[in-house]
Design a protein around this ligand. Structure first.
Ligand SMILES: [Cu+2]
Length: 305
């Protein structure tokens, strides 16, 4: 056993991946009905793991991600996964998987950051608009590359097309609402009294928002009402840093990391400052309070369900 371990570490040293670990990730495509607002209006969604957005995928810079996509046999459509954190072959690795089948492929996460992932099966516009999207966070290998966040939240913007079967409406950008994390005013009890959830942090804490724009068509102008972004990291890469930003544009299919620190108790409203987007649903309340729930913005609660 010891000999084997020595031999293995020698092999790893020779190929120069001594620090890399292999992370196994599995996602199952599921076509299900999900609520798209706080009233519980149901929508025929296509999903990863029956949820919109899909699960947060996370690894560290340098890791090998061994990824398996399963397509549930109850589904009617082929699905695929396109990780924006990967450098691979679009034909071989992003190829759609038929219902009842599965496929495994690997990539090394060479750049740290906040990246989009989505289904790339044809027609991609419909697969994304119906809910097949999520975030893959690649933490920097050097833990000091970015200031440590006290809390983190994932917000993914997308447009709601009322008829999920009408691809023409998607091509024409005839959406009715813009949402964060798959729900209209999901975290905004100010504009929708039926909303029960908000984001929370304490004054002085560094809150990092991993923001993805799933689109499928609109650009987002991400702004914290009553706040200023302490730092914005394009693509979430620690080297791409801007400071003291009021808003930052994230195009469809793009992502960034946004740090916010409030010196006072009170609320900020995180919005797309494109007002038609905000006022149809793209608002999330972040409450700064000394009584902030210690579980929120940590562990599995960075994506508030
Ligand atoms: Cu799909």
């Amino acid at each position: 056993m010891k000999k084997l371990a020595i031999a293995l570490s020698l092999v790893l040293a020779v190929v120069g991946v001594a620090e890399a670990k292999t992370v196994k990730i599995s996602l199952t495509a599921k076509e299900v009905d999900l609520p798209i607002d706080n009233k519980g209006t149901m929508y025929r969604s296509w999903t990863f793991e029956g949820q919109v957005p899909g699960p947060v995928v996370r690894a560290t810079e340098g890791d090998i991600i061994e990824f398996t996509l399963k397509n549930d046999k109850a589904n009617k459509n082929s699905h695929s996964v396109d990780f924006h954190a990967a450098r691979v072959d679009v034909v071989k690795d992003f190829e759609p998987v038929k219902p009842g089948e599965s496929k495994t492929w690997s990539f090394q996460a060479t750049f740290p950051g906040t990246f989009f992932y989505h289904c790339g099966a044809d027609p991609m516009i419909q697969h994304i608009a119906r809910g097949m999207y999520g975030v893959i966070i690649i933490d920097p290998k050097d833990p000091k590359a970015m200031p440590k966040a006290d809390r983190e939240y994932v917000l993914i913007q997308s447009e709601l097309y009322p008829n999920p079967d009408n691809q023409n409406d998607m091509m024409a950008a005839k959406w009715t609402n813009v949402m964060f994390n798959g729900g209209v005013f999901k975290y905004d009890p100010v504009h929708d009294p039926a909303a029960t959830r908000i984001l929370q942090a304490k004054p002085g804490e560094r809150v990092r928002i991993h923001f993805v724009n799933a689109g499928v068509n609109e650009f987002s102008s991400f702004h914290p009402i009553a706040g200023i972004w302490d730092r914005v990291y394009q693509s979430g890469n620690p080297k791409n840093v801007s400071v003291g930003m009021q808003s930052y544009v994230v195009g469809p299919g793009d992502a960034a990391a946004f740090d916010l620190i409030s010196p006072v108790e009170g609320a900020n409203a995180l919005v797309s400052h494109s007002m038609r987007q905000a006022l149809t649903g793209a608002i999330a309340i972040l409450q700064f309070t000394n009584d902030a729930d210690p579980k929120l913005g940590r562990g599995d609660n960075i994506l508030v369900k």
